[in-house]
Each structure stands twice: as C-alpha cells, then as structure tokens.
Design a protein around this ligand. Structure first.
Ligand code: CP
Ligand code: NVA
Length: 322
C-alpha cells in the first residue's frame, strides 16, 4: 500500500496564507518541491486537461511566469487575465467572478490588493484559490524561500533568520509564519513605524512552540542580524503603497542591507530577497551580486514549489509516489 504524503490532504483546499497549511503539510510540500526540482523540466502529464486561471491586479514577473511554466511542465494549461480587464469590485463582486471562473478553471491564482476581497472570492469559488500576493500575505513566496533555505542547509529546524526593512509587509508576514512553523527563530529589524505587532510576534512563538521558536523585533539592524543564518529583505514600498515612497525612504534608509550588515551575520549566512529588488535602496548591488546571495535560486524555486502546490491541490499525488 502506498502511504500518501501529508500534502495529499491539501487536495481541493485554498491557500490564502501560510496558516492555511499545517506544519506537516508544509514540510511535505517542500519534500515534493525537491523531488520535482530533481526531475527538472521533464514533461509530465499529471495535470493533463487541467486549466489554471490566473488573475493579476498588480504587475508580476516571477509569479505569473513560474505558474504558467509549471502548468506546462505538468501537462496542463494556464490562462492569465489582467485584473483591470475584469474589474472585480467594480464590474462585478468577488463572489460572482469566483463563481464564473470556477466554471472554467480547475484552480485559480489571484494577485490583488486588500486581502478581504480575496477571502470573499475564495469563499465563493468551488475550485482551489491560491493567493498570488495580497497586502497581507505572499504564501507562494514563503514556500519557495523555505525550499531555498533547506537546500542550502539541509534542514530548517534550529536556524535563525532576520527580516530587515518593512517588517510588516506581505512577504515578511508569510516568511515569518512559514519559518516559525518549520522551527526557525526570527528577528525583525525595523523602525517602530514598520515593526510587527506584539500580537504577531506572540503568534509566531505559538506557531513554532513545538520547536521552541523565538520571535523578536529590534530597531537596531546590527542586533537583529547578529549571528543569524539568513538575512532577508524586500522593497521598502510595496505595490499599491506608492504614496508612501518618500516616507518609507526616510524611515528605512538605516536598514539597507550592505556588506557591513552582512558582516554581522554568521559567516555562512545567506542573503535573500523575493525580487524585484531596488539596488541602492533596501540592498546594495554588492550584496545582491555577492557570494552569499541566493536570490535567483529563490526565483527558480518558485517554479518547483508551485508545481508541488498545484499537484497537491489538484491530484491525490499518487502519480508522483507510484
Ligand atoms: N517575488 C514575486 O512575487 O515576484 P513578481 O512580483 O514578479 O511575481
Ligand atoms: N512586498 C512586495 C513584494 C513583491 C513581490 C510588494 O507587495 O510589492
């Protein structure tokens, strides 16, 4: 008898935040992602006849292309629709759009602004909805990032990661939740205006309680990164927040990741960024292009992690375990 991996329990579910995944399901997705990566660009037929509908209300390079390439490699097909052509919330409600798209596609990938309409959309959809980035979360990025860290260190449990910069943004939140679930302790380096709430830090500690995870916020970047295994940053102003560019530049300038800051982390520390990056703002070109940087591995791993997710949501995974 075949023992199915924990990720098989994800079939038919939505993934809007990392908290939609159990720690065993996340670990199992990472293992599947590694298997798929080892199989490279092999043409598979596991999703033959399946259509992924992708709806983007913000720009995207990595998410859009990696999902589309992933569907092609798995034998299925993806359709990308520009959000401004659809008008969710103006031409029709999230619920009506979800009901319609569920009649065409086998799963829906949706990138949007506020998180609440995404929750409404997913609640009305009758096929799995995957959050491709909202203001509150970017779970696909977090899964790929943990795959990247695990392939470098061979493990996740017991590692320490520091997030430097806009520590309240979608990428920081999902990364921290995923890291805590996998037993990684996390520190944040941010001014008080951009630091996560005490309630969020407490939630991280709870998520990582089986592993004794700690979660702390510092205003000093040096203190936050001291001896950590991974230093992570993201843009200072997220898509949709452009009116705050000047304010964020002023507040976050001391939080640029440069070689001096990397020098405070462990010698073996990785530098990570979800991309796109603004060289000379949140990170120097020297660090981006330096030996510790794994940013393009992260981008590649979006493909492998999302192929794992698609197979888990749309199949019983027997095709991979047979
Ligand atoms: N990291 C990421 O989601 O990239 P895109 O915005 O290009 O999809
Ligand atoms: N925090 C960034 C991530 C982009 C992938 C944004 O939301 O724009």
């Amino acid at each position: 008898m075949i023992t199915l991996p924990a990720a098989a329990r994800l079939r038919g579910r939505n993934v809007l935040t990392v908290s939609d995944l159990g720690s065993d399901e996340l670990a199992s997705l990472l293992a599947l992602g590694t298997t798929l990566k080892e199989r490279g660009r092999e043409q598979m037929t596991l999703l033959r006849g399946k259509t992924l509908v992708m709806l983007f209300e913000k720009p995207s390079l990595r998410t859009r292309v990696s999902f589309e390439a992933g569907m092609t490699q798995l034998g299925g097909h993806a359709i990308a629709v520009n959000g401004s052509d659809v008008g969710i919330g103006t031409r029709e409600t999230p619920e009506d759009a979800a009901r319609v798209l569920s009649r065409y596609g086998d799963a829906i990938v949706y990138r949007t602004h506020a998180h609440e309409p995404l929750v409404r959309f997913a609640g009305a959809a009758t096929v799995p909805t995957i959050n491709a980035l909202s203001e509150a979360a970017h779970p696909c990025q977090a899964i790929a990032d943990l795959l990247t860290i695990r392939e470098r260190f061979g493990t996740l449990q017991g590692l320490r990661i520091a997030f430097v910069g806009d520590a309240r943004n979608n990428v920081a939140i999902s990364l921290a939740e995923a890291a805590a679930l996998c037993g990684m302790s996390i520190t944040f380096a941010a001014p008080v205006t951009h630091r996560p709430s005490d309630a969020f830090l407490a939630r991280l500690v709870k998520l990582g309680a089986p592993h004794g995870v700690t979660a702390r916020a510092f205003t000093s970047p040096i203190r936050a990164v001291r001896d950590v295994d991974v230093v992570y940053t993201d843009v200072w102003t997220s898509m949709g927040d452009e009116q705050f560019v000047e304010r964020n530049l002023a507040a976050l300038r001391p939080y640029q990741v440069d070689s001096a800051l990397m020098g405070a982390a462990a010698n073996h520390a990785l530098f990570m960024h979800c991309l796109p990056a603004h060289r000379g703002e949140e990170v120097t070109a020297e660090v981006m292009d330096g030996a510790q940087s794994v940013v393009f591995d992260q981008a590649e791993n979006r493909l492998h992690a999302q192929k794992a997710l698609l197979l888990a949501l749309l199949t019983d995974l027997r095709g991979l375990t047979d």
